[in-house]
Write a protein that binds this ligand. Structure first.
Ligand code: SF4
Ligand code: SF4
Length: 382
């Protein structure tokens, strides 16, 4: 056998698994230099890519799962390397050897068994809809499927976001329903963790269910669900019209179907979620919405839009313990305070949770609140 064969086989397998740009990388290290881990404990992504080019021989570190798939490196790479697809496919290769962090295994097991990563019971899915009298989706009566994300069903803080969304959509006369218990996790993070076959199974189940119920339009609250439905599901046959709640609110305001008349007295800054901003280019709608809320003063942070600092919760990191001193969200709270904000707004349940934790850990409860943009819009309804 040719001595070069084994590493070429691994490199080819990475390319086939989706890391098609493996050999485009010319090792300039711009990615490592732009990675937010550099602010806390460096992650040498350039070196990891180099090891992958050499067949990953002897790679045994869990560092690979530090990547939050924030996309900062990808936007700056001079070769246009699809670094997140590389990370995902390298995780697939390494994962096959059994080297997956323990907490991720638990989250994946929960998705496999119960359709969500939070070890929540299936019967709890969409139970929040009952008290709010949100009906089950019926294509004859409801235009949109409201997909609340696992977070709305299993996380108390996120439930406030879905409650606000229901209020806002009703105020604008939008008709919507939920899918009930049959729906599963969007599986965006499952895919980024490197569990491609589980992703395909879960996504396939959702696609089949949505199609059977005649779903054509979906409103999502999480940029992670948005990214999966919009960018990953079509390749599996799931082609739906997907709108993030921020897009929907912005278009309702433009069409004059939503009136924001109650003043919100707050100085607000906005944290761009990676999966809404860098991944899907939705930078302007949140700012347009904020400009329409009466009484609200807006101030941009130093790191905004394409330069936004990741909260640290993507790529499976929501289910991993990040040591104190290594949390990106702990850096974000002082940045918001530095512009005089007393509200840090964002548009993602993961970001809300991460930033909320940091606000508490840093003892800044009195100084600043963390809110989803949808909550601010709901506050401004008369
Ligand atoms: S920035 Fe792009 S070309 Fe440079 S090392 Fe990273 S992946 Fe390779
Ligand atoms: S996607 Fe984000 S966390 Fe991952 S290597 Fe790139 S910059 Fe770092």
């Amino acid at each position: 056998m040719d001595v070069a064969t084994p590493f070429i086989e691994v490199a080819n397998a990475i390319v086939e698994a989706g890391g098609k740009d493996l050999n485009l990388c010319y090792q300039c290290a711009t990615c490592t230099g732009s990675c937010p881990w550099g602010y806390v404990e460096p992650l040498n992504i350039r070196q990891l890519i180099h090891l992958a080019q050499l067949g990953l021989e002897g790679y045994e570190s869990e560092d690979l799962w530090k990547c939050t798939t924030c996309g900062t490196c990808k936007t700056r790479c001079p070769r246009g390397v699809g670094i997140i697809d590389l990370v995902r496919s390298i995780r697939m290769m390494i994962g096959e050897t059994g080297l997956i962090p323990l907490t991720l295994r638990s989250a994946l097991g929960s998705v496999r068994g119960d359709g969500n990563p939070w070890n929540g019971s299936r019967v709890e899915r969409n139970r929040w809809a009952g008290p709010l009298q949100v009906p089950i989706f019926d294509k004859a009566r409801t235009e949109y499927l409201l997909y609340g994300c696992c977070m709305a069903s299993y996380d108390v803080r996120s439930r406030k976001i879905v409650e606000a969304a229901v209020r806002v959509l009703r105020a604008a006369g939008v008709t919507f329903g939920v899918m009930g218990q049959g729906e599963e996790c969007c599986a965006e993070s499952v895919r980024k963790i490197g569990e491609e076959s589980l992703f395909e199974r879960v996504a396939g189940s959702n696609i089949e269910l949505f199609k059977a119920q005649g779903v054509e339009k979906i409103i999502v609250l999480s940029p992670h669900c948005y990214d999966a439905f919009k960018n990953d599901y079509p390749a599996l046959g799931g082609k739906f019209q997907v709108v993030h709640i921020v897009e929907k609110i912005a278009s309702l305001l433009l069409l004059d179907k939503l009136r924001l008349e109650r003043p919100v007295k707050a100085k607000v800054t906005y944290h761009d979620p990676c999966y809404l901003g860098r991944h899907n280019n939705l930078f302007d709608p949140p700012r347009m919405i904020l400009s329409k809320i009466p009484g609200l003063e807006f101030e941009e942070m130093y790191r905004a839009r394409e330069l936004s600092l990741c909260c640290g919760g993507g790529g499976g990191r929501m289910w991993m313990e990040t040591k104190f001193g290594q949390r990106f969200s702990d850096l974000r709270i002082p940045e918001a305070l530095a512009v005089g904000a007393n509200v840090l707004a964002t548009s993602c349940p993961y970001c809300v949770n991460m930033l909320q934790d940091s606000r508490l850990n840093l003892n800044k409860e009195e100084a600043i609140e963390v809110k989803d943009l949808t909550e601010l819009v709901a506050e401004s309804l008369v």
